[in-house]
Design a protein around this ligand. Structure first.
Ligand SMILES: [Zn+2]
Length: 290
């Protein structure tokens, strides 16, 4: 199992100190590489790799906003924009959920950043203070209101996601009615205003499964820009309560042993999800017993 969840991988410097440097940005556009995302959230992916198909940014004629995604160790500046996808023989349009886990560290980081930025810009076009249309600033990393000069930054909503275990060889997974038949996954929910992530773990697990947990341990986080979540991954031990689908979010909650999960009983969540990473990380460890 990889050290970090697949969509947490990256290979560029975000170069935040360059975002206001217009001379540097102009040069970086002239020599940079561009990743294009279409309205369906897809990019062109070469089956050989698979690898993202990028174009020379200087040759781009689209009029979408340009976002500076970062600078690679070799000095290459990577940009992102919305527009019509470049075509290439042997390549096809794919979205982040489908291809994210299979991409290189560089490609995965570029794509997840572009999807997250693009989702935010599309839904935050006006000033929340005065309602005036805002302008893209800082190479895509903020929007500024021309009327009152207020500055607004891309938003990320924290959510907790929890692998619940019994301290031994069983994990508690649930399924949502909309999922493909047989799929089970970890328990997840948004952190509410004024709430700590740990308290969100206790609350969400109790609401969705009826189980009381303790020994909450943080494992890792992963961006999940559908549209703008940051998943905070935890493990927690069930210490009380009774398994029940207390609210309407889950249609079933049940315990699985490692052998049952390895045998395919309970179909796994998509491999780009942190749920997949949490479950596999737990599977890879031997039961410690009580
Ligand atoms: Zn304003």
């Amino acid at each position: 199992m990889s050290d970090v969840p697949t969509l947490s991988r990256t290979a560029v410097d975000r170069a935040a100190e360059r975002r206001d440097d217009t001379d540097w940005l102009a040069k970086a556009w002239e020599t940079g590489r561009l990743l294009v995302l279409n309205d369906g959230g897809q990019v062109t992916v070469d089956d050989d790799g698979p690898a993202l198909v990028l174009t020379e940014s200087a040759a781009w004629s689209g009029d979408g906003e340009r976002f500076l995604l970062g600078v690679a160790p070799d000095g290459t500046a990577y940009w992102g924009t919305k527009g019509e996808l470049p075509r290439k023989l042997g390549a096809r349009p794919l979205d982040l959920r489908l291809v994210g886990a299979a991409l290189s560290d560089l490609d995965a980081g570029l794509l997840v950043t572009l999807v997250a930025l693009s989702n935010w810009h599309e839904t935050h076009t006006h000033c929340p203070r005065c309602g005036a249309p805002t302008q893209v600033t800082q190479a895509g990393w903020s929007r500024t209101c021309p009327a009152d000069r207020s500055q607004h930054f891309p938003r990320t909503d924290p959510a907790v996601i929890v692998l619940i275990h019994d301290g031994g060889d069983r994990a508690l997974l649930g399924r949502q009615p909309a999922w493909p038949a047989g799929r089970y996954s970890t328990i997840a929910g948004f952190v509410e205003s004024g709430e700590s992530a740990e308290n969100a773990v206790y609350r969400e697990v109790l609401e969705e499964t009826g189980v009381v947990v303790d020994d909450v341990i943080y494992r890792a986080s992963q961006p999940w820009p559908f549209p703008c979540s940051l998943m905070l991954g935890y493990e927690a031990r069930a210490v009380g309560g009774e398994v029940a689908t207390a609210d309407d979010e889950l249609e079933d909650v049940r315990w699985f042993t490692r052998d049952q999960l390895r045998a395919g009983e309970g179909m796994m969540p998509p491999n780009a999800s942190i749920a997949y990473w949490l479950i596999n990380g737990w599977l890879d460890r031997q039961p410690t017993g009580d």
